[in-house]
Design a protein around this ligand. Structure first.
Ligand code: ATP
Ligand code: MG
Length: 559
């Protein structure tokens, strides 16, 4: 698999689908663009769906057209209203509003009637072969398929059997309705594809009204035609299905004539992009829910702290192309940094605390220091943070025996405390096991931040939180949930690709002014990166921060 970053068609003014739309409008083939986003409600939306959503809605917006949200609810076994609700919430959160909300099941009666029409025209027949027999007789790329022994049933017999299928006279799998097209077609999709199957399953909308359900390849074109969709955009796997799509529209004698166009689906490094597998992670308890911050779902990304703006900007940047590619996950991260850079308050959090006592600072004294909220955005103003004799610093900002070029704290070394004073490490306190438990430092009152002190320079600046008012907080740092195989052709079984270190939970402190931080508030913690208050886990005195992304990455989207 080639690792590529899709950089084609970057600007919003060009992509191959827009070229087609513009030509169709110009030629008068269509008077208004109508698109649809057609999810199957069998799981939550993921970042790949976001690409399709942005594409469909933004295309219609740009040409003053319409977009429907249509649930492709033709497989009741796997579908649920929980998913229907979650999908609507996610589409809205991404910033889009549909014109019509539709369900493929709205059209079951019409689809049935069109199937009867096909039978009457001799274009469809009831077949008694099992699913396995149908597969076995379908042929291969080099060999034609075999005719079903039921292919030449009379129209009357087919009408009778199809009505009885609907009436519930047969068990699941006993019969199907197949299109009569061409068992010798080089396109296997056209070798008498199944149009209807029997499934005695309760449907979340139609209840027990139906026990036969249309297949995707039959339901989808009809849904598009019924809604007057002009440009039906799907992913490349359906390219071979396009002749069948056109066949269904033509043979069912639909008035409207939608057209299918295919684009390359989004793939991201180290990311599983399939509802089936994501559901497995939920069902197996690998993650706590569909919106677990490690999930590439829209709800997971939201809970982790991604904004809709960042996701939309990412989708625009990757563009729409027909070439297969795998986008570097760091590109998505680039866009959340860009979005939060000037918006998020920059504060200090200590995620692995080490107590520091400043021995020459007056006991009992607390002073308030000025700290700008965002050094790159003055408009965000200044806050006050307390400073006193006891503070917490990061364990990682101290080393007893540092290597050369280590500029943070070590015995005898002086560093700057961000927004405060220079301190020098004088003494290291350890417990019985030799673990460092506390540092004794001295500070120089002359070096107060903002005082204009120029007497001497220090190389290291570290962050800290005043101890008596520090607010305890939990921090969750993430790594990819799944790791791509190292070897290109070594496709490991899915559950073996799970990264055992996908989350690290740490307990530390934040500044007192963050006591009120609540669901979805976003911050940049000095040196640690961007964090989001987890809306599910926080509350009643507990604050949990999810790290959205660290501050820097080696990836440059513009490179
Ligand atoms: P999955 O395999 O994850 O279940 P799907 O294609 O079966 O995906 P649907 O609910 O049928 O999921 O998809 C709704 C729409 O989203 C379809 O038009 C589909 O082409 C599009 N889509 C799904 N995955 C991606 C992806 N990775 N990139 C772009 N579009 C996608
Ligand atoms: Mg699907």
């Amino acid at each position: 698999m080639e690792r590529l970053v899709a950089v084609e068609n970057k600007t919003s003014s060009s992509n191959f689908i827009k070229t087609i739309v513009e030509a169709d409008l110009k030629a008068g083939k269509v008077s208004e663009i109508v698109t649809r986003f057609p999810p199957e409600p069998n799981g939550y939306l993921h970042i790949g769906h976001a690409k399709s959503i942005c594409l469909n809605f933004e295309l219609a917006d740009e040409y003053k057209g319409k977009t429907n949200l249509r649930f492709d609810d033709t497989n009741p076994l796997k579908e649920d209203t929980e998913y229907v609700d979650a999908i609507q919430e996610d589409v809205r959160w991404l910033g889009f509003e549909w014109d019509d909300l539709r369900f493929a099941s709205d059209y079951f009666e019409e689809m049935y009637n069109r199937a009867v029409l096909l039978i009457k025209k001799g274009k469809a027949y009831v077949c008694d072969l099992s699913a396995e027999q149908i597969r076995e007789t379908r042929g291969t790329l080099t060999e034609p398929g075999q005719h079903s022994p039921y292919r030449n049933r009379s129209v009357e017999e087919n009408l009778d059997l199809f009505a009885r299928m609907r009436a519930g006279e047969f068990k699941d799998g006993e019969k199907v309705l197949r299109a009569k097209i061409d068992m010798g077609s080089p396109n296997i999709t056209l070798r008498d594809p199944v149009l209807y199957r029997i499934s005695h399953t309760h449907h979340h909308r139609t209840g027990d009204a139906w026990c036969i359900y249309p297949m995707y390849d039959y339901a989808h074109p009809l849904g598009d035609a019924i809604e007057g969709i002009t440009h039906s955009i799907c992913t490349l796997e359906f390219e071979d299905h396009r002749p069948l799509y056109d066949w269904v529209i033509a043979e069912c004698e639909m008035d409207a004539e939608p057209h299918q166009y295919e684009f390359a689906r989004l793939n991201l490094t180290n990311t599983i992009m399939s509802k089936r597998y994501l559901k497995m992670l939920v069902d197996e308890g690998v993650v706590d829910a569909w919106d677990d911050p490690r999930m590439p779902t829209v709800s997971g990304l939201r809970r982790k702290g991604f904004t809709a703006e960042a996701i939309r900007a990412f989708c625009r940047e990757i563009g729409v192309a027909r070439a297969y590619s795998v986008v570097d996950e760091r590109m998505l991260e680039h866009f959340i940094r860009e979005d939060l850079k000037l918006k998020a308050m920059r504060t200090m959090a200590v995620i692995k605390p080490l107590k520091v006592v400043i021995t020459n600072y007056p006991e009992g004294q607390v002073e308030m220091l000025d700290a700008e909220n965002n050094a790159e955005n003055e408009e965000m103003g200044v806050r006050q943070i307390p400073f006193s004799r006891e503070i917490y610093i990061e364990q990682d900002d101290f080393m007893e025996n540092p290597p050369s070029k280590y500029f943070r704290l070590f015995p005898g070394n002086e560093v700057r405390l961000k927004h405060a004073y220079f301190i020098t490490c004088q003494e290291v306190i350890k417990d019985a096991e030799g673990q460092v438990t506390e540092l004794r430092c001295t500070y120089d009152p002359e070096t107060k931040s903002g005082s204009g002190f120029t007497g001497r320079k220090v190389k290291g600046t570290i962050h800290w939180v005043e101890a008596s008012q520090a607010v305890p907080a939990e921090f969750r740092l993430f790594e990819p949930l799944l790791l791509d195989s190292e070897e290109e052709d070594d496709e490991k079984p899915f559950l073996e690709r799970i990264n055992p270190n996908s989350v690290e939970v740490l307990e530390g402190f934040v500044e007192p002014n963050m006591k009120e931080a609540a669901g979805q508030d976003k911050f940049q913690f000095f040196r640690h990166g961007y964090f989001n208050v987890d809306p599910k886990l926080s509350g009643q005195g507990r604050i949990v921060f999810n790290r959205i992304v660290s501050l820097k990455s080696s990836f440059d989207a513009k490179a």
